[in-house]
Design a protein around this ligand. Sequence first.
Ligand code: NDP
Length: 241
Amino acid sequence: MKRTAIVTGGTRGIGAAISLALKSAGHTVVANYAGNDDAANAFSAETGIAVVKFDVGDYNACVAGLAAAEDKAGAPADILVNNAGITRDGMFHKMTPEQWRDVIRVDLDSLFNMTRPLIDGMRERGWGRIVNISSINGQKGQMGQVNYSTAKAGVIGFTKALAQETARKGITVNCVTPGYINTEMVAAVPEKVLEGIIAGIPVGRLGEAGEIGALVAYLCGEDAGFITGSTLTINGGQYMV
Ligand code: NDP
């Protein structure tokens, strides 16, 4: 069945692949982004996917942005993918309050800001799919990423608690924890360092954004109604939980 889907940070990297996979599955997709107009407009022109700019760290901006997104789609959102995320890395003893706050607001507060305005409609209609993008580093912790690991572990807790609250309403809530994915961010890592990273991945390569997209699209489908509260690891065997 054709649904309306909103993907945060859906114009670049993993989010763009998720937007495309949901579109291929037949859904009407609206992709959110923060400020890179050139990338967003190029993505929209290339794919035909509508884009809406707003900051997922700001509750009021999300309420207004979601209304604009649903307006563009012409229907209320039944699928929400909370993908937008940032890093502000640094060792904890050097981490500034800004580094901490920026990551918590974009990577964790955003889940409240985006999901809270949509949840009533999903409950009323008796159907919904919420997929949250966490990270391998939210499961195992990562040196230099106390802020990011905290936020991404919080995403898992959010998923499990909300899944319990909404299960009887036909709404599933799951999270996906990618390992190292072949995005611009990872491509910028020096070759020697990257070789070391790949050596630690049993599958012997980086993941592809399209592989995350395919998993998310499955979780958002009609067939996935019995999967909820799950944390799906997709990391080439790098960390097995
Ligand atoms: P990118 O940096 O490639 O893209 C991030 C996207 O999020 C962009 O569309 C960006 O918009 C948007 N964004 C950033 N901040 C905000 C904000 N405040 N409000 C709205 N949109 C925002 O990210 P990746 O594709 O690498 O990562 C996507 C998700 O996957 C993140 O949650 C990340 O933590 C997670 N992840 C990534 C891994 C990887 O290997 N890349 C591994 C594990 C998890 P704009 O274009 O305007 O800047």
